[in-house]
Ligand binder design. Structure first.
Ligand SMILES: Nc1ncnc2c1ncn2[C@@H]1O[C@H](COP(=O)(O)OP(=O)(O)O)[C@@H](O)[C@H]1O
Ligand SMILES: [Mg+2]
Length: 508
């Protein structure tokens, strides 16, 4: 038997029409003001010994038998005549049943544990509000858990099952709801639980200060090497070339050619793509002037390569004009300062558990995306080398800049991780204000666990409901939330359906 007297308070009874998922309840008068939306409750049905239904109370509604919505009555003109003897208000609510708790009940073969509930509670069954739900933890079959906060009313430190971390995590809410702090908490907890994380700090204010305090390594984004083909993509994005355009092919080829010239694998732009028999000569005939990335030299190489691949004069002209106008010189100059290979950074993260990439030093969002893409793709080469799970996560806050439909290579790489990463323990944590607009479908539909607070856009709740069981959480439930309050829904939540958490204090 659960010690109901100690951990719960009787608040009402089940009414007619209850089923295994929803139970309408009437609240006792003396408990009306004590129950709140989102309270955790137990229903005890006398038919079932040592079996309790666990649920969340929603739709707390006040009624009065005479003051009905669809009828007019005399008191509306004379409200002063309505005194407390005449009105007979009462309160009903709806319990959304999340699970059945077996405490050695014959219904579950004498086991202890939490199952999904398949029984409709009998009307008249008693309903108890949980004041202290900590006892529930022992019924959960979780081998390893992390904690980010407590259930808002029962103060239950909800264990979140780390088994589901590789199925990806999303954090959503309007500005100021506390997303970045929650993500920071997740990073701290996950690193303690043995995961490795690369945190991309878009503006350098959310994670860099914490990293300094907690002893995490910080790498400046402008030190990270961008591979030639990712750089080519960046240039094309800046020039506004669509991915199917042949102009983009010229940019790709020119970038590869320039990289060969830098390395001394070719000696001049017009012979870049000639088949060389035998081993490529390295260093021997390096042409000094190509040693550094330089926009003017790139412009020349681009024109020569484009011509060699059949571009007409007007195409070459268009390419150079777009390059001149849209690609700033510094994009090329900063390429020369880069010395940390993406794979090196990934290896550092595997060794030290958390590495923060400070993206604030990159001025250009296309370059920021290039860095995320380079790192995301280099993880695969380590996976293919080791052929074993690596327990590594990429943490993308302000994900509207990296995971959106038009976020180029970064979004493509993140989508690959979202789709294929889980079997390798390679996962993403994305945080952003909006869901549908900010996160492309291939990414958002693969988020196994979602934390959400007040949302910026009306459609987003519906969007989430498309792939997570949100039960009766509505726009109205979200509007009542304050800062640091998030629902958690999905795989890591042992009850799988939304529970309202108050996130732990996180200081920078
Ligand atoms: N868990 C928390 N602990 C302490 N302060 C918090 C917490 N969550 C939010 N805050 C406060 O709210 C502010 C906004 O939080 P932040 O995580 O930056 O929101 P968001 O990323 O959603 O815009 C923080 O500067 C901090 O003062
Ligand atoms: Mg933030």
């Amino acid at each position: 038997m659960l010690p109901l007297a100690r951990i719960a308070k009787e608040v009402g009874i089940v009414l007619s029409g209850a089923n295994a998922l929803y139970a309408p309840v009437a609240l006792r008068r003396d408990a009306e003001l004590e129950v709140r939306e989102e309270d955790l409750v137990l229903i005890y049905d006398d038919r079932f010994e040592n079996y309790y239904m666990l649920g969340v109370l929603r739709w707390v509604t006040r009624y009065e038998p005479f003051l009905r919505r669809a009828t007019h009555n005399v008191y509306i003109e004379h409200p002063e005549a309505l005194n407390t003897d005449i009105v007979m208000p009462f309160t009903n609510a709806l319990v959304e049943i999340y699970a059945g708790i077996c405490d050695g009940s014959p219904l579950c073969g004498g086991r202890q544990g939490i199952d999904s509930n398949i029984y409709a509670p009998t009307p008249s069954s008693k309903v108890y509000k949980l004041i202290d739900a900590s006892l529930l933890t022992k019924y959960l079959a979780i081998s390893k858990a992390i904690h980010v906060g407590v259930h808002k009313y029962s103060k239950w430190r909800l264990p979140l099952d780390v088994h589901w971390v590789p199925y990806h995590i999303g954090v959503f809410g309007a500005t100021g709801t506390g997303k970045s702090r929650l993500v920071l908490k997740l990073v701290e907890e996950l690193s303690k639980a043995g995961f490795n994380l690369i945190v991309f700090d878009h503006s350098g204010v959310d994670y860099v200060p914490a990293a300094k305090k907690l002893g995490w390594e910080v790498v400046d984004a402008n030190e990270i090497v961008i591979p030639p083909l990712v750089f080519a993509q960046t240039i094309s994005e800046l020039m506004g070339l669509s991915s199917s355009s042949t102009l983009k092919d010229y940019v790709d080829l020119a970038t590869v050619c320039y990289d060969k010239l830098r390395r001394g694998e070719a000696s001049n732009p017009s012979t870049c793509f000639q088949q060389v028999s035998g081993v490529v000569k390295s260093g021997g005939n390096k042409v000094q002037k190509y040693e550094r990335w330089d926009k003017q030299l790139f412009r020349e190489v681009l024109a020569i390569v484009a011509r060699r691949f059949g571009a007409r004069d007007h195409t070459v002209y268009k390419l150079t004009v777009l390059l001149d106008y849209y690609v700033p010189d510094y994009v090329f100059e900063t390429m020369n300062r880069r010395s940390v290979e993406p794979i090196e950074l990934v290896e550092r993260a595997l060794e030290k558990h958390v590495v923060v990439v400070d993206l604030s030093s990159e001025r250009n969002v296309e370059v920021k995306r290039a860095i995320v893409a380079s790192i995301a793709s280099s993880v695969w080469s380590i996976i293919y080398r080791r052929l074993e799970p690596i327990k590594l996560g990429l943490v993308i806050d302000e994900a509207q800049n990296y995971a959106c439909e038009y976020c180029g290579n970064a979004a493509k790489e993140l989508e690959t991780v979202a789709r294929e990463g889980r079997k390798w323990g390679y996962f993403i944590i994305v945080a952003s204000q909006r869901i549908a607009k900010d996160i492309r479908p291939g990414i958002r539909s693969n988020l196994g666990t979602v934390f959400f607070s007040r949302l910026q856009s009306r459609n987003d709740l519906q969007e989430l409901a498309g792939y997570l069981d949100l039960g009766r959480v509505t726009e109205a439930s979200l509007a009542m939330l304050s800062r640091r309050e998030f629902y958690v829904a999905g795989l890591m939540n042992p009850l799988r359906r939304p529970l309202l958490l108050h996130i732990d204090e996180v200081t920078l």
